[in-house]
Design a binder for this molecule. Structure first.
Ligand code: TXA
Ligand code: MG
Length: 338
C-alpha cells in the first residue's frame, strides 16, 4: 500500500474523513501524540488498526469524540465524568466509563469499560466532525516504539501499512493523555499525562494514582490497564535514568559515560554545559518541555545507534509524573538515585 503524507487542510481532512467512513485507517495529529484512527463502531475497521500497529488484541483503544454529546448511547456518563469533561475537554484527559453494546468488543479488548477522550487539536476535531463517527485511535507508532510526535515519526513506523497521514506539525504536549478510571468509587489515574492527579482532585475532590504508575507490575499482579503490562517506549540502546542533585547527577553520568564505549547523555538544559564535549542532548528546561521532547529524543538516539543512554530524570510529581512514567518504562525501571 502506498502511504500518502499530506499537510492537514480542508480538502485532505475531507479525504481522511471519507477513508474513515469507508472503514480504512488514517493517522492524524492530536495535542498529545499522533493517533491511528478508524471508525470505533466498525469491528473490521478496528481490527485493521491492531494489524497496522502489530498491537496485541488484549490492549484496548481510546474512542475519540468531537464533543460530550457524541457519547450518547456509547457509555454511561457519570456526574464525576461530566464535571471533568466541563473542566478539561477538549484536552488530554481520557476517562474510563462503562460501555454499552454499541461499542464493539474489539475496541475495548473485551473489557466492560470504554476509554473516551475529546482531543484539543483543530485537525483532530475537524476530522471527527467531518466523518461524524467516533474514532478509535491508539498512538500511531508500531507496538513497542515511542509514540510519534511528528508526521515523519508516523511515516517511519506506518509506511506501507495505511493509506494516509495528515501532517499537522509537531504535537504540543508530547506524551499521551492522562487515563483516569471512573468506574470505581474514587477516580484513579492509570496513566499520568498533562492533566495531573492534582488537577482532577481540584474538580472532583479526590483522585488516586495506580501504584504501577511508577514501578513495574509484580509477578501475577493484575494490570488495571492492559497497556501497563506490555513492553513500552523501548529505545534500542540500554537506558539508565539518574535522579538527585544536579552536581551528583552530572558526576555519576560523566563517570559512566567515560567508562562506556558508545554512550549518549540526555539532560536538563542547565546541566548540559557540565558535559563539555561529550555527546549530550537537551531534555528541556522543565518537565513540560521534557514531555514535549522525550519521544523525539528516544527516536533520535535509535538513529545514532548508541549503545547506552544516560538520562537525567525529573521529580515524579505534578507535570513530572507523566514524563518520569515514560522514562522509567523506556529504561526498564533502571532508575538510579544519586
Ligand atoms: O493521547 C492519547 O491518549 C493518544 C492520542 C492518539 O489520543 N492515544 C493513546 O492511545 O495513547 P494508546 O492506545 O496508545 O493508549 C491507550 C491506553 C492503553 O494503555 C490502554 O491499555 C488503556 O489506555 N485503555 C484503553 N481502554 C481501556 C480500558 N477500557 N480499560 C483500561 N485501560 C484502557
Ligand atoms: Mg500507545
Amino acid at each position: 500500500m502506498n502511504t500518502l503524507c499530506l499537510p492537514a487542510q480542508e480538502n485532505t481532512i475531507h479525504q481522511a474523513a471519507q477513508l474513515i467512513q469507508q472503514g480504512q485507517v488514517v493517522a492524524f495529529p492530536t495535542e498529545t501524540v499522533y493517533g491511528l484512527g478508524a471508525n470505533a463502531l466498525d469491528d473490521q475497521a478496528v481490527r485493521s488498526i491492531f494489524t497496522a500497529k502489530e498491537r496485541p488484541a488484549d490492549n484496548p483503544l481510546i474512542v475519540h469524540v468531537a464533543e460530550e454529546r457524541q457519547l450518547d448511547g456509547l457509555c454511561e456518563v457519570t456526574d464525576t465524568a461530566r464535571k471533568l469533561m466541563a473542566a478539561y475537554w477538549p484536552g488530554p484527559l481520557t476517562m474510563l466509563l462503562y460501555k454499552t453494546s454499541q461499542v464493539p468488543n474489539v475496541t475495548t479488548a473485551g473489557l466492560p469499560s470504554v476509554a473516551v477522550r475529546c482531543p484539543n487539536h483543530p485537525v483532530a476535531l475537524a476530522l471527527l466532525r467531518a466523518c461524524q463517527l467516533p474514532i478509535a485511535a491508539p498512538s500511531a507508532n508500531r507496538s513497542g516504539r515511542p509514540s510519534p510526535t511528528t508526521a515523519a515519526h508516523v511515516y517511519e513506523d506506518m509506511q506501507g501499512r495505511i493509506p494516509l497521514i495528515l501532517d499537522g506539525g509537531p504535537c504540543q504536549v508530547g506524551v499521551e493523555s492522562t487515563v483516569v478510571d471512573l468506574t470505581g468509587p474514587v477516580p484513579c489515574v492509570l496513566r499520568p499525562g498533562a492533566i495531573t492527579p492534582e488537577d482532577i482532585a481540584a474538580v472532583v475532590g479526590d483522585c488516586a494514582v495506580a501504584p504501577s504508575v511508577m514501578r513495574p507490575l509484580k509477578e501475577g499482579e493484575h494490570a488495571p490497564s492492559p497497556g501497563m503490562k506490555h513492553r513500552h517506549y523501548a529505545p534500542k540502546a540500554k537506558m539508565t535514568v539518574f535522579v538527585g542533585s544536579n552536581d551528583q547527577v552530572a558526576a555519576e553520568i560523566i563517570r559512566r559515560y567515560d567508562a562506556a564505549e558508545n554512550a549518549v547523555i540526555l539532560s536538563h538544559d542547565d546541566l548540559l554545559p557540565a558535559f563539555g564535549s561529550r555527546r549530550a542532548y537537551s531534555l528541556g528546561a522543565n518537565a513540560a518541555e521534557g514531555a514535549h521532547l522525550l519521544f523525539q529524543r528516544l527516536r533520535e538516539m535509535d538513529e545514532l545507534g548508541c549503545s547506552l543512554i544516560l538520562a537525567q530524570g525529573w521529580e515524579a510529581t505534578g507535570k513530572g509524573l507523566a514524563v518520569m512514567n515514560r522514562m522509567a518504562r523506556a529504561a526498564a525501571f533502571d532508575i538510579v538515585k544519586v
